[in-house]
Design a protein around this ligand. Structure first.
Ligand code: FES
Length: 210
């Protein structure tokens, strides 16, 4: 596991507080757990703090969440620095997580990495306009549609260097590229269409069911 450190002091905001909506939301989350077990809500609260902070967790946000949950700051820091879903440094508006695990590599992830290097820069670098940053991650559970990337909350799958470039260009232009497979594949069905259970007579019609 790589060493994960907090962002340097010059990047850290002085303070953090949940918005009114997030305070209400956090109270509901904490209320799901028995008295004395409030710390169980730490993952969702850190996640919400990350969302409110633009995709990363400042130290002030980690301490704030610890205070809400009555935890020692060090315990919240342990959680935030352990899970790689928490970004400890600022990220771009579009944060690209590129799967670099074996199935994606066998299907061309290295070419996607090169696209990210060419268009964005080295991992962790944020483009001058603040729009993009990227990192390599382990399997995101979409191996059947390898290679793939996650950009913010969306998966882009069955990528080639060309289609990833197109997705990034569209995002840069303010468009919304269609998530999911970037080929004509239907979700995770075989490439070229279904190969089994293609006989329509196998499926009961509404009439037959009556
Ligand atoms: S190996 Fe890339 S999604 Fe699983």
């Amino acid at each position: 596991m790589s060493v994960r450190r907090l962002a340097p002091p010059e990047l850290q905001p002085k303070s953090f507080a949940f918005s009114k909506d997030n305070v209400d939301w956090a109270e509901k989350q904490v209320g799901k757990y028995p008295l004395g077990r409030e710390a169980s809500a730490i993952i969702p609260l850190l996640w919400r703090a990350q969302q409110q902070s633009g995709g990363w967790l400042p130290e002030a946000a980690i301490r704030y969440v610890a205070d809400i949950l009555g935890m020692a700051h060090i315990r919240a820091l342990e959680v935030a620095t352990f899970y790689t879903m928490f970004n400890l440094e600022p990220v771009g508006k579009f944060y690209v997580q590129l799967c670099g695990t074996t199935p994606c590599v066998l299907r061309g992830a290295d070419a996607l990495k090169q696209v990210c290097r060419d268009k964005i820069g080295e991992p962790g670098h944020i483009t001058k306009d603040g729009k993009f940053s990227w990192t390599e991650v382990e399997c995101l559970g979409a191996c059947v549609n390898a290679p793939m990337v996650q950009i913010n909350a969306d998966y882009y799958e069955d990528l080639t260097a060309e289609t990833l470039e197109k997705v990034l260009d569209e995002l840069a232009a303010g468009k919304t590229p269609k998530p999911g497979p970037q080929t004509d594949r239907q979700m995770s069905a075989p490439v070229g269409g279904p190969t089994t259970l293609t006989d329509a007579s196998l499926y009961p019609t509404a009439t037959r069911l009556r």
